[in-house]
Design a protein around this ligand. Structure first.
Ligand SMILES: [Zn+2]
Ligand SMILES: [Zn+2]
Length: 81
């Protein structure tokens, strides 16, 4: 069986682009790949840490999905009279 699967929307390549495929490593880590082998080197700084691009290898802060936006919690307290 292949360790590759199709990426879902929102899953990112190590270069920061939307991933096309996701490689599942033996240890369970998932790494996205956008299909462009340039590592995003022409698209500015690292999208995960904001510093220089990392070569070789992904950013130590790389995650397949960026953390969800902070949820603005509507305070559910009832309006006590
Ligand atoms: Zn990429
Ligand atoms: Zn980085």
């Amino acid at each position: 069986m292949t360790p590759w699967r199709q990426a879902a929307p929102g899953e990112l390549c190590t270069c920061g682009r939307q991933a096309r495929e996701v490689f599942v490593r033996a240890d369970g880590d998932e790494i996205g790949y956008c299909g462009v082998p340039d590592g995003g080197s022409k698209s500015g700084p690292c999208p995960f840490c904001g510093k220089r691009r990392h070569s070789p290898g992904p950013c130590p802060r790389y995650t397949l999905r960026l953390p969800a936006d902070p949820v603005t919690c509507d305070d559910p307290r009832p309006n006590g009279g």
